[in-house]
Write a protein that binds this ligand. Structure first.
Ligand SMILES: [Zn+2]
Length: 317
């Protein structure tokens, strides 16, 4: 039986339970700590905020969450471990790098695929820095409509690290593009497709895009529920209900890509934008999406496949 690395120790896959596969505690763009025009980061109140975000979710049945923050946009595994201990939710941290236009790239652009692979493997097998906290998932990301040479290197490194450690991969895609191309890179590295989530696939409502990827055996992340400015939820729902209707519920996972705390300045929520993010919170799937799926005739069995069994199988391999 394979054990999953969480920030508070290992957990057996069958103990994961109801899992949100893509939520963030902290996000900070490289350079955030140089912004002296905003109040200094208050770790204590951020911690309180994160724990208070998770507590009601626990009452809704949440047992585990994946925080796939890559290493270069504010990941703080010690903070994550404190939230995990205080909330009682299993939290899985990621190794990996973000897409080129928003990542912290200067150092890693000078590294080879093998060198990046070695970093990922060490973060999984030995832990992050000297914290002893081990990563349980590998993150990689591409921008809209293209995969840059830098991003390709990070995808290949993710593939190789996954093969060496058995740890699964989750990706970021932009506006429902490049998922198929990400899979082609993983395939050329010999990655086991059942250990890949193509994240933010709900950014497209093109069912051919979805089924092309599902036919390769990967999972799709319908993991931006509530982020209506990126893609209206009703298109996410229409695609999800359709895919469940033709039997693909065994390859889909649900989440929101919510951010509990921003480091430095976060999203600038204008009044116009506010309407489009009112449901962008990690309770939305439980409170609104699941009831809407049921109303549309999606069975409880299919819903629990997406929230419980798929995460378990993905980690179990
Ligand atoms: Zn994310």
């Amino acid at each position: 039986m394979k054990q999953i690395n969480t920030v508070t120790g290992t957990v057996a896959p069958e103990k994961l339970g109801t899992t949100l596969m893509h939520e963030h505690l902290l996000i900070g763009w490289a350079g955030w700590e140089l912004d002296c025009s905003v109040p200094k980061f208050d770790r204590k109140s951020a911690l309180k905020n994160c724990v208070e975000t998770l507590k009601p979710l626990k009452d809704m049945g949440l047992q585990s969450m994946i925080d796939p923050c890559p290493m270069d946009i504010g990941r703080d595994v010690t903070f994550m471990a404190e939230v995990g201990s205080a909330s009682g939710v299993n939290i899985v941290a990621a190794t990996g790098l973000y897409k080129e236009d928003l990542g912290n790239t200067p150092y890693f652009k000078q590294r080879s695929v093998e060198e990046i692979t070695e970093i990922y493997v060490q973060e999984i097998t030995k832990g992050v820095g000297d914290t002893g906290i081990k990563c349980g998932i590998i993150k990689c990301a591409t921008g809209k409509g293209q995969i840059t040479p830098y991003e390709e290197n990070t995808l290949r490194a993710a593939g190789r690290a996954s093969k060496r450690t058995g740890v699964p991969i989750t990706t970021h895609t932009e506006e429902g593009t490049m998922g198929r191309e990400q899979l082609a890179i993983f395939a050329s590295e010999g990655v086991d497709m059942s250990k890949v989530v193509i994240g933010h696939s709900c950014g497209s409502a093109d069912l051919r895009y979805h089924t092309d990827m599902l036919d390769k055996g990967c999972l799709l992340g319908f993991d931006r529920f509530g982020l209506d400015f990126a893609q209206p939820d009703r298109l996410r729902m229409a695609s999800l209900i359709g895919l469940c209707g033709i039997g693909f519920e065994k390859q889909i996972v649900l989440s929101h890509d919510s951010v509990a705390c921003w480091l430095g300045r976060g999203l600038d929520i204008t009044p116009q934008l506010a309407r489009l993010v009112e449901n962008w919170k990690p309770s939305h799937v439980f409170q609104n999406v699941v009831p809407a799926l049921k109303k549309a005739g999606v069975s409880q069995e299919k819903i629990s496949a997406m929230l419980v069994e798929n995460p378990r199988r993905y980690f179990q391999g």
